[in-house]
Design a protein around this ligand. Structure first.
Ligand SMILES: NC(=O)C1=CN([C@@H]2O[C@H](COP(=O)(O)OP(=O)(O)OC[C@H]3O[C@@H](n4cnc5c(N)ncnc54)[C@H](OP(=O)(O)O)[C@@H]3O)[C@@H](O)[C@H]2O)C=CC1
Ligand SMILES: O=C(O)[C@@H]1CCC=N1
Length: 269
């Protein structure tokens, strides 16, 4: 099913905050008709009315898709509100961290369910999203989920829902780690005497340029790192700290991702 075909049955979006809003903008840009969308959100952003998207009134009776984009902690309250809308065979597509397929199956016993984990580069069409479906989600459902999430970036399929907490901890939360790396580089640049605006410009462009280079086919990240590292030079001096086995980035990121994954498991318990 294409986004244009979705226009016939419609899409119900539950939660239109940072992630739901970014997804909706992507779908509208790709041809979803605003008239086919109903948003349910007590804090619906003003741009929805400007684009002619309904936020009040009856829910669509048989939407093709119900997208769940509320906080995991709000999911228990949100699901009963859309039980009737799921009766017409809608695909239930959730982007919430932690909440398991089993929880959606309890709320919608007959529904195909797909869990998806995007990230905030969705706002500029550069997300990476992992998806996994339940037993009722057939190839057409998975393809529809792929089309929807593909509107905001790349999509990968998982073989096992158990991978989802690790995915959430790596790529769902990952942009925050990278933004914090930029903050850390700025602070370190300032400590070395650079003015803050210059340090920010250097740090942002370095992370963006290195990211773009890492996305090219060709050398793996280790080889790219080695290409920067002249023997006895400045990078080697810096990496001696960053790659320290006890205090370097590997153990630090290991703890970071492990803590995020553990929180995902807690949210789903
Ligand atoms: N932000 C991110 O980087 C990512 C987020 N996610 C997932 O996306 C989901 C949404 O996160 P995010 O967009 O950041 O959160 P936001 O708080 O920005 O958006 C959630 C929206 O849902 C609204 N809401 C709360 N309760 C209900 C309800 N019962 N029915 C309808 N709408 C409701 C909230 O209103 P109010 O503010 O009034 O509560 C808010 O506008 C989460 O489950 C998160 O795990 C996934 C990947 C990345
Ligand atoms: O912090 C969170 O819980 C959500 C899920 C992944 C990114 N943000």
């Amino acid at each position: 099913m294409t986004l244009a075909q979705l226009n016939e049955r419609g899409l119900l979006l539950v939660g239109c905050g940072r992630m739901g809003g970014a997804l909706l903008r992507g779908w509208l840009d790709r041809g979803l008709d605003p008239a086919a969308v109903r948003v349910m959100d007590p804090a619906a952003p003003g741009w929805l009315a400007e684009r002619g998207i309904a936020t009040q009134g009856a829910l669509p009776e048989e939407p093709a898709v119900i997208v769940l984009a509320v906080k995991p902690q709000m999911m228990g309250a949100a699901l009963p509100q859309v039980t009737d809308a799921a009766r017409g065979g809608a695909l239930v597509l959730s982007v919430a961290a932690g909440v398991t397929i089993a929880a959606y199956e309890r709320a919608f016993p007959a529904a195909p369910v797909v869990r998806a984990m995007p990230n905030t580069p969705a706002a500029i069409g550069q997300a990476i999203t992992a998806i996994v479906g339940n037993a009722r989600a057939d190839e057409a459902d998975m393809a529809l989920a792929e089309t929807l999430m593909g509107a905001v970036g790349q999509v990968v399929r998982l073989t096992d829902e158990a991978q989802m907490d690790a995915v959430t901890a790596l790529s769902g939360s990952g942009p925050a780690y990278v933004f914090h790396l930029i903050e850390a580089l700025v602070a370190a640049g300032e400590a070395e005497g650079l003015p803050a605006p210059l340090a920010l410009a250097l740090a942002r462009a370095t992370v963006a340029g290195a990211g773009a280079l890492a996305m090219q086919d060709g050398p793996d990240p280790a080889a790219l790192r080695e290409a920067v590292t002249s023997p006895g030079g400045t990078t080697a001096a810096g990496l001696a700290h960053l790659m320290d086995a006890g205090s370097g980035l590997v153990p630090l990121i290991g703890r970071t991702v492990a803590a995020a994954a553990a929180r995902g498991r807690e949210l789903g318990a």
